[in-house]
Design a protein around this ligand. Structure first.
Ligand SMILES: *[C@@H]1O[C@H](CO)[C@@H](O)[C@H](O)[C@H]1NC(C)=O
Ligand SMILES: *[C@@H]1O[C@H](CO)[C@@H](O)[C@H](O)[C@H]1NC(C)=O
Ligand SMILES: *[C@@H]1O[C@H](CO)[C@@H](O)[C@H](O)[C@H]1NC(C)=O
Ligand SMILES: *[C@@H]1O[C@H](CO)[C@@H](O)[C@H](O)[C@H]1NC(C)=O
Ligand SMILES: *[C@@H]1O[C@H](CO)[C@@H](O)[C@H](O)[C@H]1NC(C)=O
Ligand SMILES: *[C@@H]1O[C@H](CO)[C@@H](O)[C@H](O)[C@H]1NC(C)=O
Ligand SMILES: *[C@@H]1O[C@H](CO)[C@@H](O)[C@H](O)[C@H]1NC(C)=O
Ligand SMILES: *[C@@H]1O[C@H](CO)[C@@H](O)[C@H](O)[C@H]1NC(C)=O
Ligand SMILES: *[C@@H]1O[C@H](CO)[C@@H](O)[C@H](O)[C@H]1NC(C)=O
Ligand SMILES: *[C@@H]1O[C@H](CO)[C@@H](O)[C@H](O)[C@H]1NC(C)=O
Ligand SMILES: *[C@@H]1O[C@H](CO)[C@@H](O)[C@H](O)[C@H]1NC(C)=O
Ligand SMILES: *[C@@H]1O[C@H](CO)[C@@H](O)[C@H](O)[C@H]1NC(C)=O
Length: 766
């Protein structure tokens, strides 16, 4: 009501007191209409742009996004999605960001020479940047990021004496080399060219831009050496030259004392890292990863008080200075130090004096010998990554360490799984040579969420004490563990991944229990010596995505109890003693996301009904389906069972057990990040059973199926012509059945062979 009254009042006001106050100046209305006309406007579908409301029959001060002074001067234009108003005496700020404006920057902009700020970012604007900006004598900020501009750097822009910010980032078609920077004290504060195609060597004249503070030239194509004039810009705060092709040695003469972030990562810089790098007294973050630096002979006192983060990973550092004791303290105390993927042979001794270190990575070096006890001692240390080295022993550690993330995978550690890390949330001991698990291990896992022991040499029973933990991901695969699977293991309350595959486990699995509301998403106990039946309690796993029971001795009928688990993506029961029909799948509500079903090498029999296929939508989508996520983590495809092969050879390809779902684990700070392997791979393997009757023509609807193996059954009749629709099929094996009809290889009416890389088909005629 209030609003309505207000509106009526306003209306009266305008009628009673026309013109002067609110009406905009004719010239300005014309300019704005001209601007509107010149913009090739195709508004985003999700909002109606304010500019649509502009027309000559209304007062331009009433137009959306236009701000006027009381005497009708247009002082601000804000047409952005969430822009801010500016408020000056003539049009000073023009924010047209994210309006889906296309075409070249219109010449009508030249009508706004008093603009202070122009923001056209996030529009698909094309063509080169026009020269008329040189006439914008008051321009302070030009933002053209994330457009589709092409051409070269608009060097006229340096004629603008007031320009402070130029942002041309994310315009991949802007290229050529940078012009010489003019000789003056300059006004330019930030130069943002990230994600463009500018190339060539950098002009030394950048030193002329005396007050430059932010430089982001990352993700461009610059090469040559980095001019030392860069580093002596007196007000430089942030310098980002990452992801270019800079080479040569780093040389600093006079260094800027304000520089806080220096990012030179992903270049080809080499030689030694000059120790004078610590003369940047304001330095907080030093990123030099992914270059070819060979040494870092730091010594003597240094003055970096604020440095918290050093990344030297992926270089060729052979050693870090390890001189006399007094020099150890000369390395600045930092919070995060990344030395991964270098050529270090020892754990640098100076680390002993690092009392503030919270995150340390030495993975992928050539470190041998023992892990010193002192490395665990700091109370600040939160995350330690020593993976992928040749470490053989753990020095005895008498006190518990407070480290929360520990990655020791891929070393040669032996003996018993250590127990001095009861605070760790993330423990990766995989790919070592550990031989035994202490039976009370559970007492030391009270905080652990991720625990991997996979690919060691572990013998003995699985300790039931593990069931007292709150583990979410437990991987003990690929060891020699024996005995029965403790019933309680699958019932750990929040467990989502349990992998016991490739061990020597025996006994029955019939009585394996899961909890109500089970969180289990991946359950693997393939390749053991397990017998019994599919546990009835698995029906409670309503989130199950992967169930792999292959290569055991399970004697049961098809596990129809799983049929209402709509999340199932992978079901593998191959090489067991399953028998009978698979009729329970003849419903249209089963497993819409199924990608892999492997029933091979069992005693299944009977006809396969067409209806079965209707529900497996995942196999029917034509595009590469979405990535499978588990616990919010992505499952990535690595497996490809096929040797690259462009011909259509008739060699038999062993499908084997290749899609083994092995885990790779990456550490990101203390955050757990499980990268599981698998994704758009789709497979149906029913081979080596006694299925009979015709192959259902509905199978041809599996447009995203990659592997279909129906060999060694008793299928009869012809190959359905609908098979020609399976456009992503890479491997088809129908051999050793009782099929009749034409050989599709020699008559391509049935099959489209386009895109099929490996094609295996044998048709046996009786
Ligand atoms: C942007 O405009 C193009 C045509 O110029 C149109 O196809 C596209 O859908 C528009 N984008 C949005 C987000 O509306
Ligand atoms: C201008 O806008 C007004 C109000 O939105 C509308 O009534 C009028 O038809 C428009 N005129 C033209 C020429 O589009
Ligand atoms: C514009 O300036 C006027 C006068 O200085 C002020 O009252 C008004 O709040 C300003 N508007 C905005 C949106 O900043
Ligand atoms: C700048 O303005 C002058 C005078 O208005 C004009 O002659 C010149 O062509 C303009 N320069 C550019 C690059 O548009
Ligand atoms: C810029 O792109 C337009 C098309 O978008 C093309 O016509 C023009 O030739 C290009 N100019 C340059 C300098 O690459
Ligand atoms: C640059 O600045 C210095 C002092 O800050 C001044 O002496 C000199 O005249 C300036 N030069 C120009 C070209 O503005
Ligand atoms: C420093 O490390 C190098 C390489 O590991 C080694 O050869 C040298 O003996 C060490 N020097 C001292 C003083 O420990
Ligand atoms: C280490 O932690 C375990 C399990 O929390 C505890 O039983 C033990 O007393 C601790 N040892 C020391 C030395 O603090
Ligand atoms: C598996 O266990 C049996 C005894 O139960 C033993 O003979 C065999 O060596 C074990 N296999 C492996 C690979 O540990
Ligand atoms: C497999 O299970 C069957 C029946 O449960 C049993 O007779 C047979 O001995 C088992 N085979 C092996 C190798 O354990
Ligand atoms: C399942 O199929 C039957 C018969 O084809 C049909 O009546 C029913 O609506 C289908 N249900 C669903 C959920 O699609
Ligand atoms: C496939 O075989 C059928 C029957 O022999 C014939 O009519 C058809 O033309 C053949 N197609 C091709 C592409 O050879």
């Amino acid at each position: 009501m209030n609003t309505l009254l207000h509106y009526l009042f306003l209306l009266c006001f305008i009628i009673l007191l026309p013109a002067v106050h609110s009406q905009c100046i004719k010239d300005q209305q014309q300019s704005l209409l001209h601007l509107k006309k010149s913009l090739q406007f195709d508004p985003p579908s999700w909002r109606t742009p304010l500019i649509i409301s502009w027309n000559s029959s209304t007062d331009c001060c009433s137009w959306g996004g236009v701000t006027c002074t009381s005497n009708g001067h247009v002082v601000g234009l804000d047409l952005s999605f969430e822009g801010s108003f500016a408020n000056f005496s003539t049009p000073r700020v023009l924010d047209l960001s994210s309006n889906n404006i296309s075409g070249p920057i219109p010449g009508s902009f030249a009508n706004f020479p008093n603009l202070r700020e122009l923001d056209l970012s996030g529009n698909p604007i094309s063509d080169p940047i026009p020269g008329f900006f040189a006439n914008f004598s008051k321009l302070t900020s030009l933002s053209l990021s994330n457009c589709q501009l092409n051409g070269t750097f608009p060097k006229e822009i340096f004629q603008v004496p007031t320009l402070q910010t130029i942002d041309l980032s994310d315009n991949s078609k802007l290229g050529g080399s940078l012009p010489d920077f003019p000789e003056n004290n300059g006004s330019l504060l930030s130069l943002i060219l990230r994600g463009t195609n500018f190339s060539g060597s950098l002009p030394d004249s950048i030193g002329n831009l005396k007050i430059l503070s932010w430089i982001d030239l990352s993700y461009c194509n610059f090469y040559g050496s980095i001019p030392s004039s860069f580093f002596s810009l007196p007000f430089l705060l942030e310098l980002n030259l990452a992801h270019n092709q800079f080479s040569g040695e780093l040389v600093f003469s006079n260094v800027s004392s304000d520089l806080s972030t220096l990012d030179l990562s992903f270049n080809h810089l080499d030689g030694q890292i000059p120790v004078s790098i610590f003369n940047f007294r304001g330095l907080e973050s030093l990123q030099l990863s992914s270059n070819n630096f060979s040494g870092f002979p730091f010594n003597g006192p240094q003055q970096v008080k604020y440095l918290t983060n050093i990344d030297l990973s992926y270089n060729s550092l052979l050693s870090l200075y390890n001189g006399t004791d007094s020099s150890y303290s000369s390395f600045p105390e930092v919070i995060s130090l990344n030395l991964a993927a270098n050529k270090l042979r020892t754990i640098p001794y100076f680390l002993r004096n690092q009392s503030t270190l919270s995150s340390l990575s030495l993975s992928e070096n050539h470190i041998q010998g023992k892990i010193p006890h002192w490395i665990w001692s700091s109370n600040q240390l939160d995350s330690l990554n020593l993976s992928c080295n040749s470490l053989a022993t753990l020095e005895p550690h008498l006190y518990n360490s407070t480290v929360k993330t520990v990655d020791l995978h891929s070393n040669q550690l032996q003996g018993q799984i250590p127990t001095f890390l009861p605070f760790a949330k993330y423990l990766d001991y995989s790919r070592n040579n550990f031989r035994s698990i202490p039976s009370n291990i559970g007492d030391f896992l009270t905080n652990t969420l991720f625990f991997s022991l996979s690919s060691n040499n572990l013998h003995g029973l699985i300790p039931t004490s593990i069931c007292n933990s709150q583990i979410q991901i437990l991987d003990m695969s690929n060891n020699s563990l024996s005995g029965m699977i403790p019933q309680c293991l699958t019932a750990i309350r929040d467990i989502s991944v349990l992998n016991l595959a490739r061990n020597n486990l025996t006994g029955t699995i019939s009585n394996v229990e899961v909890s109500e509301n089970s969180s289990l998403e991946i359950l693997e106990f393939a390749t053991n010596r397990l017998g019994g039946q599919v546990p009835k309690s698995l029906a409670k796993c309503t989130k199950l995505k992967v169930l792999n029971m292959g290569n055991n001795n399970i004697t049961d009928t098809f596990p129809c109890l799983l049929k209402s688990i709509s999340t199932l993506r992978v079901l593998v029961v191959r090489s067991n003693n399953f028998y009978g029909g698979i009729e329970c799948l003849n419903t249209n509500v089963t497993w819409p996301g199924l990608q892999i079903i492997d029933l091979a090498h069992n005693n299944f029999r009977g006809e396969i009904q067409g209806i079965l296929w209707r529900t497996w939508q995942k196999m029917m989508v034509t595009e590469d389906g979405s990535l499978l996520t588990i616990n919010g983590h992505y499952l990535r495809r690595i497996f490809n069972p096929f040797v690259p092969n462009d011909g259509y050879g008739l060699e038999e390809v062993s499908l084997g057990f290749g899609y083994d779902i092995s885990t790779t684990v990456t550490n990101k700070g203390s955050e757990m990040n499980l990268v599981k392997i698998l994704s758009i791979f789709t497979l149906i393997d029913f081979s080596c059973n006694n299925f009979s009757g015709p192959i259902p023509k509905e199978m041809g609807e599996f447009k995203s199926l990659r592997v279909l193996n129906l060999s060694k059954n008793a299928f009869t009749g012809e190959i359905p012509s609908s098979f020609g629709n399976m456009s992503t099929l890479e491997c088809l094996d129908l051999s050793l059945n009782k099929l009749s009809g034409r050989n599709p290889i020699t008559n391509s009416t049935i099959f489209s062979l386009n895109g099929i890389r490996t094609f295996v088909i044998f048709i046996t005629r009786d």
